[in-house]
Design a protein around this ligand. Structure first.
Ligand SMILES: Cc1ncc(C[n+]2csc(CCOP(=O)(O)OP(=O)(O)O)c2C)c(N)n1
Ligand SMILES: [Mg+2]
Length: 584
């Protein structure tokens, strides 16, 4: 007699029905939507979820701090147009991920922060559960959308909604709250499978209205001194060939914002990067392509744009291509808003231009080229110097050559001087190869961005990091070693924030707030985990170490010793520091 035959009939029947649970439904829903990687950090209640996801073939990249996992997810979203997934534990893990989620939303990167959470009834009555926190309420104002799933049968809908919210329209961060109890809820495998949704067309194209295309073209046609500004939205759109066509067929000088560098090679004859302070005030018609008129563009007004006073509007006409209809007029008047996805808008402009498009007056393009050539020649002189100790310019002259030789490498960049000098000195040649602090100027993206870039592209990654900037995510060098990623971190070590100088005015033993331990050896940190550490005090040493890192693909950290007096306060944005008015 078999053991089944000895059981009551109802149990025997139940045994033959395949069951699933919350854990598996979350994993199945993600896989169904082609999510192949999760960035996260395990703990109650999601430890088993990370294990099971790995067992089911999802790549789980486990971090040392959730903020770095969140930054990784965000930039994976930017690079792939699929929402990057960050998985955390409840309250503190959730909060650690929240900065990255909010930064993703600010930068329009699609990501989903999935956090486990505690017992709803106890949280809502504030009875003191383990890691008690009303996470959904806290996340809501800080991201594009926030959802909670209470029942296993709603997991499919929850994940579908999160995906759509993250990638459709203007992309952004989405929070998905999964209470602990959800994971062990069961249902039949068949009903579970029927409850899942494969999202159809998650980021539908949005075609611009024909009359708004015409309005934009009319304005552009009449311009005497037109300028195109490419933003990170243009890079995200992956409409690279059409964007290049638009610039080249119109013959209009263009200015790439930081993460749009490389959409066209920075060495392109129409690049106006080296003449920024000439073209912004001089242009009469400016076409913004996926670029917002935020602080990075002086809100479109003031002296930067040729306005008389610091807040004055200049005599300029703007065309703005943006997926959000609410973006236009946020700072100055937009004469010709063009609302739609960047790819559709740019191809509509190209179609509307016809074959007889007149290039801008040659006086304008010649004037831009002259300014640009002069500035490039001046920069070349500075880069050719070889001072001792090494400074930002002589070190970056090396990085510039390394990227020129490996234009497919991804450059991650943060710091103040280490950021500003890199942006202006290191030319980019391919789209979406420069990843940096973005709209907020946030420190701490370095290792998260580097890890995700290596994981999702398989390309070599070079991270140019201020020593302060590196400190925000430095422990992730262990993660880089653990997954053996081709990441070469170069710490620009000037002994502190902006500079290694400054004296405590009280004469007391504490150093000033901006100064670190002098002569620190960040390279030892990488060696501790089995990677390659190099101390580089000259451009030749830096070049050798970078070349070896790229050739070997081994995790490498180069401590680049930079003149501690070479930097300036806040890099290029000193003017944003409030000044004291006290007279004591
Ligand atoms: C999260 C966060 N905290 C603080 C800051 C302020 N901040 C801007 S740049 C910077 C560090 C600059 O020093 P470093 O990275 O060493 O670059 P350096 O100018 O010395 O090359 C800091 C702390 C910030 N932008 N973001
Ligand atoms: Mg520094």
């Amino acid at each position: 007699m078999s053991s089944a035959a000895a059981m009551p009939a109802t149990i025997a029947a139940a045994e033959t029905v395949k069951m699933t649970d919350g854990f598996h439904l979350v994993i199945d829903a993600l896989k169904l939507n082609d999510i192949d990687t999760i960035f996260g950090l395990p703990g109650i209640p999601i430890t088993d979820l990370t294990r099971m996801a790995q067992a089911e073939g999802i790549r789980v990249i486990s971090f040392r701090h959730e903020q770095n996992a969140g930054n990784a997810a965000a930039i994976a979203g930017f690079l792939t147009q699929k929402p990057g997934i960050c998985l955390t534990v409840s309250a503190p893990g959730f909060l650690n991920g929240l900065t990255a989620l909010t930064n993703a939303t600010t930068n329009c990167f699609p990501m989903i922060l999935i956090s486990g959470s505690s017992e709803r009834e106890i949280v809502d009555l504030q009875q003191g559960d383990y890691e008690e926190m009303d996470q959904l309420a806290i996340a809501k104002p800080l991201c594009k959308a926030a959802f909670r799933v209470l029942h296993a049968e709603d997991i499919g809908v929850g994940i579908a909604r999160a995906i759509r919210a993250a990638v459709s329209g203007r992309p952004g961060g989405v929070y998905l709250d999964l209470p602990a109890r959800l994971f062990s809820q069961t249902m039949t495998a068949e009903a579970g499978s029927r409850s899942l949704i494969k999202v159809v067309d998650p980021a539908p194209r949005q075609l611009p209205a024909p009359d708004s295309v015409q309005r934009a073209l009319n304005l552009l046609k009449c311009a005497k001194r037109p300028l195109i500004v490419l933003g990170k939205g243009a890079a995200y759109a992956q409409a690279d060939a059409d964007i290049r066509d638009l610039v080249e067929r119109t013959g209009i000088p263009y200015l790439p914002m930081s993460m749009a560098k490389g959409l066209l090679p920075d060495t392109h004859e129409l690049s106006a990067s080296a003449a920024r302070s000439y073209v912004l005030p001089e242009a009469d018609v400016v076409m913004l392509v996926g670029a917002r008129l935020n602080w990075l563009l002086s809100q479109g007004k003031g002296k930067t744009w040729g306005g008389k006073g610091p807040k004055d509007w200049a005599d300029k006409k703007f065309i703005q291509i943006d997926i959000s209809p609410q973006e236009a007029d946020s700072n100055v008047r937009i004469e010709a808003p063009l609302v739609g996805d960047i790819g559709s808008c740019v191809s509509a402009l190209l179609a509307g231009m016809g074959s007889k498009w007149a290039r801008p007056p040659v006086e304008w393009t010649r004037a831009v080229a002259e300014r640009k050539d002069k500035n490039i020649a001046k920069m070349a002189e500075t880069l050719a110097r070889n001072p001792s100790p090494m400074n930002y310019h002589s070190a970056l002259a090396v990085v510039r050559e390394v990227i020129k030789a490996r234009p497919d490498a991804i450059l991650v960049n943060e710091g103040a001087n280490a950021l500003d000098f890199t942006r202006s000195i290191v030319d980019m040649y391919q789209p979406r190869k420069r990843l940096d602090v973005g709209t907020w100027g946030i420190m701490g993206i370095g290792m998260g961005f580097s890890i995700a870039a290596a994981v999702v592209t398989g390309k070599p990654v070079i991270a140019i990091e201020g020593d302060s900037a590196f400190g925000f995510s430095g422990m992730e060098v262990e993660t880089i070693c653990r997954y053996n990623l081709p990441v070469c971190v170069v710490v620009f070590n000037n002994n502190g924030v902006y500079a290694g100088t400054g004296v405590n005015p009280t004469g007391g033993p504490d150093v000033v707030p901006t100064v670190f331990v002098k002569g620190a050896r960040y390279d030892k940190l990488m060696e501790a985990f089995g990677g390659v550490g190099v101390n580089a005090a000259t451009p030749a040493e830096l070049r050798k170490a970078m070349d070896e890192a790229i050739a070997s693909g081994r995790p490498t950290l180069i401590n680049a010793v930079i003149d501690e007096t070479a930097g300036t306060e806040s890099g290029r944005i000193k003017s944003l520091n409030p000044q004291t008015n006290a007279t004591k």
